[in-house]
Write a protein that binds this ligand. Structure first.
Ligand code: ADP
Ligand code: MG
Length: 704
């Protein structure tokens, strides 16, 4: 079974982390660098040169031959360009290994092939990557050998953000400034920094690679475009938290080891609701690191699967009718000295600072529900949100019994005088210890649930970066904190003013709170009555980015300019239209080259068999005839639906772009794809399995 690893020694062994820096850097340089990391002080070139040199020496010891600025453009995946450490050959024909401060700090990839949404004409190709020294560099080992990866931000020549990280860092600054003001009002003079902490739970599917290779839809689009439900799905609930299969256990073990080496604190793993679905969650970290780590984790999940003869599917909805995959973004605000602003304590009704923070967040989420919804918009997520297995597409906040009760007291009397307690858990078995329960039960259907001392935003798609939603969370929190601080700092009587403010926010924004079942059909109607935005599709959600309200919000806090927002909206529309176009073409391809020929073969065999049986004498062939008629009818349906889809794809007006094109795809092409899928899935249920041209759902999800 291979040898056992020493987790403590392995953890972070390939990361240029604080202890490596302390050990390797001259004291003065280390101090300077820490100042930059902690206080945002500009880094001098002399310091950068020393850091670069030490980083290179360390990386070479770890087996690195190349370095790479590692960044997250708006393509949804990470990007990198590798450079060897070598310098030009010397007279003796040998090379030196070098790496300068300049190379560490700044890179200049050609930006013209990355999405910019019109921010930069393609002839103005310059883009810069700059070192994010708050997220540690690491050496990654793969078939390319060792590569020193340097986390960077990616901007255009004129300083506009072309990536996920830049706005995330900007939003962290915004919420830090305002949250510090807020805690100062409550007498905290010691904390120096407030950082959003995030733990992102990652869901994924594992299937056999051989089967994956036979599914063109999975190869080209990441999800199955056809496929009938097997007799058994997830209804027995026997997969969730079930025993992990040996093949998958071996995989998870290797995933963990690779994560740990890179300092990714992979912690909790289990089987998820659908067969072949699993989850991995790390320990929470500052959000920019959590975002980087999530990207690293996704890459490891894929790479290790490949080594184990499997494929890791990160698509939000690989299989229709089965649970989709998301990413739960657990978010809180933590000071540098370890205080969590979302910790209610045992008696939340007495914790005025907590109540203010909480009601500020209610206001923020209520006012910008559309933006938060947009932050989780992703082509694949359209199949998930509102599908009764992921949160509905309406944003609401779950508070739980205890806080709901406190909130009601605040609203009705302006004062909260008591907090409900959890009580003892009694099992009725003497040998089992009784213990205090949590004051609040869980709720699985809420998109934004308070879970003890953090909020869990559950809408994010499994493939998506967690940056977008955290940019929104940080900035909307900053906005309301600012408003609250402006008012409280000017108030003659702080105690009085803060109580009034909490009551005001609680009263005015109680409509966003919903503690019931988010899957119930009544909720949709109720949400509409409350005036909460319902944005079922990505195309419906994108306009939220560029409303005057959100332009003001983001410009006020220096997170996005109007131009950056417009470009992001443009990119989103483009991504949507392109993805649907690829899916439609893949469907046409599979239907033409695989499904129709298979059904023709099947009907031919049936017809021949009918003739053969008839030739024997007066035998009843009605069953065969029945099948033949049905298959032929469905074959015709397939052909008709395919004709329609083909026409629509061919007719995508060349002159329409952006929003119009996305709307056309959503309104014309998506329904035509669904219409093609229906008869194909019906055919799968009647055609001889031996003749069906690809593995079935059952083959894929039960035979990993
Ligand atoms: P569950 O499935 O019950 O929601 P998990 O253990 O799967 O819980 O994941 C919870 C995630 O929340 C983990 O990544 C954990 O580190 C993270 N987390 C815990 N406390 C906080 C906090 N205060 N702020 C942010 N994230 C947190
Ligand atoms: Mg979980």
């Amino acid at each position: 079974m291979g040898e056992y690893i020493n987790v403590v020694e392995t953890f972070g062994c390939d990361v240029f982390n604080d202890s490596v820096m302390q050990e390797r850097l001259p004291k003065k340089v280390y101090k300077e660098l820490k100042k930059t990391m902690e206080e945002g002080k500009e880094l001098s070139m002399e310091v950068a040169d020393v850091v670069a040199h030490e980083m290179k020496e360390w990386a070479i010891e770890k087996g690195a031959t190349h370095f790479s600025h590692w960044f997250q453009p708006l393509t949804g995946v990470t990007a990198e360009k590798h450079d060897a450490f070598i310098t030009a050959p010397m007279d003796n024909g040998k090379v030196l290994m070098s790496f300068s401060g300049k190379e560490l700090i700044k890179g200049e990839p050609d930006a013209s092939s990355f999405p910019s949404g019109g921010l930069r004409a393609t002839f103005e190709a310059r883009g810069y990557t700059t070192w994010d020294c708050t997220s540690p560099a690491f050496v990654r080992h793969d078939s390319a050998g060792g590569t020193l990866c340097i986390p960077t931000a990616f901007c255009s020549y004129t300083g506009e953000a072309l990536d996920q990280k830049t706005p995330l860092l900007r939003s962290m600054q915004a919420v830090n400034t305002q949250a510090l003001r807020l805690i100062r009002l409550f007498g905290n003079t010691t904390s120096k920094k407030v950082t959003p902490s995030v733990g992102a739970e990652q869901e994924y599917f594992l299937i056999d690679k051989e089967k994956w290779m036979q599914r063109k839809d999975l190869i080209y689009t990441g999800r199955t475009l056809f496929g009938a439900m097997p007799p058994k799905g997830q209804e027995m609930d026997d997969h969730y938290l079930g025993t992990i299969r040996q093949r998958v256990s071996a995989y998870m073990r290797e995933v963990n080891e690779e994560c740990w080496k890179l300092g990714v604190s992979a912690k909790t793993q289990h089987n998820e609701v659908a067969p072949a679905q699993h989850e991995l969650a790390p320990i929470y970290a500052p959000v920019n690191i959590a975002a980087d780590h999530n990207q690293i984790m996704m890459r490891i999940l894929k790479k290790v699967a490949s080594r184990h003869g499997m494929r890791c599917l990160l698509h939000e909805k690989p299989f229709a009718g089965l649970n989709g995959s998301g990413k739960h973004n657990n978010w809180s605000l933590t000071t540098d000295d370890g205080i969590n602003l979302l910790e209610p304590g045992k008696t939340p009704h007495e914790n005025v600072q907590f109540l203010l923070v909480l009601t500020c967040i209610l206001k923020a989420v209520d006012e910008h529900a559309d933006l938060l919804r947009e932050s989780a918009a992703d082509v694949g997520n359209d199949h998930r949100l509102g599908g009764n297995e992921a949160p509905p597409a309406v944003i609401s906040v779950f508070l739980g019994e205890q806080l709901q009760d406190v909130l009601e007291q605040l609203i009705s009397t302006g004062m909260a005088t008591h907090s409900k307690k959890g009580g003892m858990l009694e099992t009725g078995v003497k040998t089992l210890p009784d213990f205090m329960k949590d004051a609040t039960d869980r709720n699985r259907t809420s998109p934004f649930a308070f879970t003890g001392n953090k909020f869990e935003f559950r809408m994010v798609g499994s493939r998506d970066s967690i940056s977008s939603c955290n940019v929104v969370l940080n900035t909307i929190a900053a906005e309301v904190f600012k408003e609250a601080c402006d008012r409280l700092e000017a108030a003659p009587d702080f105690e009085l003013a803060v109580h009034d403010l909490i009551k005001e926010y609680a009263t005015e924004h109680q409509r966003i709170v919903f503690n019931g079942n988010g899957y119930a059909p009544e909720w949709e109607a109720e949400a509409k009555r409350r005036g909460l935005p319902h944005l079922p599709s990505m195309v419906d959600a994108i306009p939220a980015l560029t409303t005057e309200k959100s332009v003001n919000l983001f410009e006020n806090f220096g997170v996005f300019t109007r131009a950056e927002l417009e470009s992001r909206a443009e990119i989103q529309y483009e991504i949507y239209a392109k993805a649907i176009n690829i899916e439609a073409k893949t469907m046409i391809d599979i239907a033409t080259k695989q499904i129709i020929p298979a059904v023709i073969r099947y009907t031919t065999v049936l017809a021949e068999s009918i003739n053969a049986v008839r030739a024997v004498g007066s035998v009843d062939v009605s069953v065969q005839l029945d099948h033949l008629t049905k298959a032929s009818r469905l074959l015709k349906d397939v052909n008709t639906a395919m004709g329609t889809l083909k026409d629509l794809v061919a007719k995508i007006p060349a002159n329409i772009e952006g929003r119009e094109r996305a709307v056309y795809c959503r309104e014309a092409i998506v329904p035509a794809m669904e219409a093609l899928r229906r008869p194909v899935d019906e055919l799968e249920m009647i055609v001889d399995k031996e003749m069906w041209p690809m593995p079935s759902y059952g083959d894929m999800i039960f035979e990993v």
